[in-house]
Design a protein around this ligand. Structure first.
Ligand SMILES: Nc1ncnc2c1ncn2[C@@H]1O[C@H](COP(=O)(O)OP(=O)(O)OP(=O)(O)O)[C@@H](O)[C@H]1O
Ligand SMILES: [Mg+2]
Length: 312
C-alpha cells in the first residue's frame, strides 16, 4: 500500500512537471515531425539497433547490454556494442579491457572508428567511451555529425547494434534513444526505478514521438516482472499513447557481484547461474522479435535519425 502511495506521489509530481514543460515539448514535437515527413527506408536494412536505457541509475543496464551482446553473438549474430555513457564509460571496466583510443578520439578527428573498435568476448565489437571527461557528456553539433559519418561506414557489417546509454534524461541519452530502432527500458522492481522509467518513456514519447518501448525488469523473477509491467501499463494507458512490451526479466543473482569483481561477464564466468540462463532467454526473445514480420516492416534508418540531431 505504502509503495503504491509513494509511486502515485512520484507520478503526480511528474504530471505537474509535464504541464510546465508541455509548451516547449509541443514546439519540439512540431519541429521533429517536420523533419520526419519523408517515408523511411526499410528495404536495405541488415541490422537492428537497440538502446538500453533507464531513468534511474544503477539498475543494471551495462551488465545487461554486455550479456545480451554475448548471448546474441553465441547465436551467431554479429554484434556491435556502443558505450554511449559518454564521460562515465563502464563497458571497458566490466570486460577488463583497456582501450588505447576511445570515442573521444573519433569526435576530435584524431582517429577513425575502424581504428578504435575493440574485439570483445565471443567476437563482439566494442566502441569504447572515455571516463572522467566532463566535456564528453554533451556532444556539439559538429561532434554529432562526425560521429554520424563514422558510424554510417559500419552499417552493413552487423546484425545488432546495442547502445548502452547513461541513466536519466540528458540530451545525449534522449538522442541516442531516439536514434535507435528500439528502446529497451531497464528497471528493477523498486518504486523509484519504475517511476523514473515512466518519466523517461513520457519524455521520449512527447519529445520524440516514440510510441513503442520494450521493458526489461532486472533483479526480479518472472511473476514480479509481470507485476511491474502491469503497473507501468496501467499508468501508461491512463496518460500516454504508448505501447509497452515485456522483453524479459533477469533474476537477482549473487554470482553477479562475483562476476563484476572478476571483470568477467556472468554469462561466461557463471554460465549455469540463473542470471546467465535468463540472458540466453532474453537474446532468444530479441532474435524472435527481429524475425517478426511486424518488426521487419518498421522504420529502421538509425543513421538518418542520428543525423536528425543536428536539426534539433
Ligand atoms: N540481476 C542482478 N543481480 C544481482 N546484482 C545485480 C544484478 N544486475 C545488476 N546487479 C549489480 O548492480 C550493479 C550496477 O549494475 P550496472 O553498472 O550494470 O548498472 P547501470 O544501470 O549500467 O548503472 P549506471 O546507471 O551507473 O550506468 C552491478 O555492480 C551489479 O553487481
Ligand atoms: Mg552503466
Amino acid at each position: 500500500m505504502r509503495k503504491n502511495r509513494i509511486f502515485s506521489q512520484y507520478l503526480n509530481l511528474y504530471q505537474t512537471f509535464d504541464t510546465i514543460m508541455s509548451d516547449q515539448a509541443s514546439i519540439l514535437r512540431k519541429r521533429f515531425s517536420q523533419n520526419n515527413t519523408q517515408p523511411r527506408q526499410t528495404a536495405s536494412r541488415r541490422f537492428r539497433s537497440l538502446s538500453l536505457t533507464s531513468g534511474k541509475g544503477g539498475v543494471g543496464k551495462t551488465n545487461i547490454v554486455i550479456n545480451l551482446a554475448i548471448n546474441l553473438a553465441k547465436r551467431g549474430k554479429k554484434v556491435f556494442l556502443i558505450d554511449a555513457d559518454l564521460g562515465l564509460a563502464n563497458i571497458d571496466i566490466l570486460l577488463n579491457i583497456a582501450p588505447q583510443f576511445t570515442i573521444e578520439d573519433v569526435l576530435t578527428g584524431r582517429k577513425h572508428i575502424n581504428d578504435i573498435i575493440i574485439e570483445g568476448p565471443v567476437g563482439i565489437h566494442i566502441l569504447p567511451a572515455s571516463s572522467g571527461i566532463s566535456e564528453m557528456q554533451t556532444l556539439s553539433g559538429k561532434q554529432q555529425m562526425s560521429m554520424l559519418r563514422e558510424l554510417a561506414n559500419l552499417k552493413t557489417r552487423y546484425d545488432y547494434i546495442l547502445i548502452d546509454t547513461g541513466a536519466g534524461i540528458s540530451s545525449n541519452v534522449l538522442r541516442f534513444n531516439a536514434a535507435a530502432d528500439e528502446i529497451c527500458v531497464v528497471t528493477n522492481p523498486e518504486p523509484t526505478a519504475i517511476t523514473d522509467a515512466y518519466a523517461l518513456m513520457k519524455i521520449m514519447s512527447s519529445k520524440y514521438q516514440v510510441h513503442h518501448f520494450n521493458l526489461i525488469v532486472n533483479q526480479s523473477e518472472a511473476a514480479e516482472a509481470r507485476d511491474v509491467y502491469n503497473r507501468l501499463v496501467r499508468v501508461l494507458n491512463q496518460f500516454l499513447t504508448v505501447d509497452l512490451e515485456l522483453l524479459g526479466n533477469i533474476p537477482r543473482d549473487p554470482n553477479f557481484v562475483k562476476a563484476v569483481k572478476r571483470q568477467e561477464p556472468i554469462s561466461l564466468s557463471f554460465s549455469n547461474s540463473p542470471a546467465a540462463k535468463a540472458f540466453g532467454k532474453l537474446a532468444q526473445q530479441v532474435d524472435r522479435q527481429s524475425a517478426d514480420p511486424v518488426f521487419k516492416e518498421k522504420d529502421t534508418s538509425f543513421w538518418k535519425r542520428l543525423g536528425s540531431w543536428k536539426k534539433k
